[in-house]
Design a protein around this ligand. Structure first.
Ligand code: UD1
Ligand code: CA
Length: 454
């Protein structure tokens, strides 16, 4: 069975009050349209087409990596008209699946379940029973409970408005039939739109059975029209992601105060996550890791027995086994800590490797550096790696001791076991095993007196 998924995404989304097309707004760091595409891509033998319209060039431009065909709907004349634009892509024997680009949390399982209801004699329709179905098309059934048609809210009579079973808009049917019905759609209704929902009545007239299924939760089929709904579904998504982490064995101090905007390539055991932590991109976290409050971890590798203290940022970095980072530390891209490294408060590390057992505990900037094992970097040390135009490298060899408030003007090498006196500004290499310092002599002016007020 070959599937053609048609994702309707041409609507304007004016209630978002945004310059950004609605389907480009994010949930969990990923656009609504990507959520739908990624779910759909899980289906076997499936080709995806996105019907775009409003701000379409922007949508295409921002999501060039999506493996989909793009179909333009120049004027938004209704959901039926939108599907008509994709007609030339539909083969008779295809199963056509209709999804909405602004319904991001629909599950693969729900779609697969829906698809089992498609046959030559049946159309599959996803419906949802709601306490308040206002705005939804209503599913009208006959006395035998067979679906006979869908009426839009605006076209529904008083009795029909009382129906609580709503149309999700998501359906699947055979290509041949669909093309036939699409060719017969009219727009004789209150909105003068070509309603896709009208195919239901035609299908019934053609002797087809309408087989309905429902999602496990109504949240799966909620569409986003405004920013309140966007934030609601963000929380729905996050709470489920948090629950999945706990199932995997992660302790969360508060599942309501965690944000996951990406995936985990690895999750060890006994990971503890304090409140207000954000994970972005692909992260790998090994066992026995403690992550302190208010920490952001992005595209990073955290090895075993690591402790990240609160308020730290770890961005495209590697934290080796047994290391301790923070509080208030910032690891920038290509910061690579080996085993048992300590990075303390107000320390920034960029594009630098730090070998086993080295310590940078206070108020330092280490950039474009190679730091050996067992190095101790005193408070306030700065690698001066940038002359305003070019970047230069600092090398600090094993066992070196850098006194506090030292500036190392790169390119520069501090030799093995060298000691640098506090307060030095080094512009030349420092010899191994020696004490090097640059320091004005301390003097006391005996004759000096404090000024007094005239
Ligand atoms: C539609 C259904 C309604 C269902 C509801 C569920 C029809 C006629 N009505 O109503 O039965 O209960 O969805 O949310 O189908 N779109 C296009 N091109 C268009 C019009 C819409 O691509 O010309 C896209 C929109 O971007 C959106 C989706 O189709 O993703 C649904 O459109 P929308 O205007 O929200 O439909 P509703 O009136 O809410
Ligand atoms: Ca809608």
């Amino acid at each position: 069975m070959s599937i053609k998924t048609i994702i309707l995404a041409a609507g304007q989304g004016s209630r978002m009050r945004s310059k950004l097309p609605k389907v480009l707004h994010h949930i969990a760091g990923k656009s609504l349209l990507e959520h739908v595409c990624h779910t759909s891509l899980q289906l076997k033998d499936n080709t995806i087409f996105v019907v775009y319209g409003h701000g379409g060039e922007q949508v295409k431009g921002q999501l060039p990596m999506l493996k989909v065909g793009w179909i333009k709907q120049a004027e938004q004349l209704g959901t039926g008209h939108a599907v008509q634009q994709a007609e030339s892509e539909i083969n008779d024997e295809d199963t056509v699946l209709i999804l909405y680009g602004d319904v991001p949390l629909l599950k693969q399982k729900t779609i697969e379940n829906l698809l089992t209801n498609v046959s030559e004699t049946s159309l599959a329709l996803l419906t949802v029973t709601l306490e308040d179905p206002t705005g939804y098309g209503r599913i009208v059934r006959n006395e035998n409970q067979h679906v006979i048609k869908i009426v839009e809210q605006k076209d529904a009579n008083f009795e029909e408005q009382k129906i609580c079973e709503g149309n999700t808009g998501i359906l699947a049917t055979q290509g041949k039939n669909l093309k036939n019905w699409l060719s017969r759609l009219g727009n004789n209704n209150t909105q003068n739109e070509y309603y896709l929902t009208d195919v239901i009545e035609m299908a019934v007239a053609d002797g087809m059975e309408i087989k309905t299924s429902q999602p496990d939760s109504a949240d799966e089929v909620l569409g986003i029209n405004n920013r309140q709904q966007l934030s609601y579904l963000e929380r729905v998504y996050q709470l489920e992601a948090a629950n999945n982490l706990m199932v995997e064995g992660v302790t969360l101090r508060d599942p309501n105060r965690l944000d996951i905007r990406g995936t985990f390539t690895k999750l060890g055991e006994d990971i503890e996550v304090d409140v207000n932590v954000i994970f972005e991109g692909d992260n790998s976290i090994s066992s026995n890791v403690i992550i302190g409050a208010n920490t952001l971890i992005r595209n990073s590798v955290i090895e075993e027995n690591v402790e990240i203290l609160p308020n730290s940022i770890i961005d495209n970095a590697v934290v080796g086994k047994g290391s301790r980072v923070g509080p208030f530390a910032r690891l920038r891209p290509q910061a690579e800590l080996a085993e048992d490294v300590h990075i303390g408060n107000f320390v920034e590390i960029k594009k630098s490797s730090i070998a086993m057992g080295s310590k940078v505990n206070h108020l330092s900037y280490i950039g474009d550096s190679i730091i050996g094992a067992g190095v101790n970097i005193g408070a306030g040390t700065i690698t001066c790696n940038y002359d305003g135009i070019n970047k230069f490298q600092t090398v600090i060899e094993d066992g070196a001791f850098i006194g506090s408030n030292t500036q190392l003007v790169a390119p520069i090498t501090v030799g093995k076991n060298a000691t640098i006196g506090a307060g030095s500004t080094l512009t030349k290499n420092a010899e191994e095993n020696k004490l090097t310092l640059t320091r004005a002599k301390q003097t006391t002016i005996q004759s000096w007196q404090r000024p007094t007020k005239n």
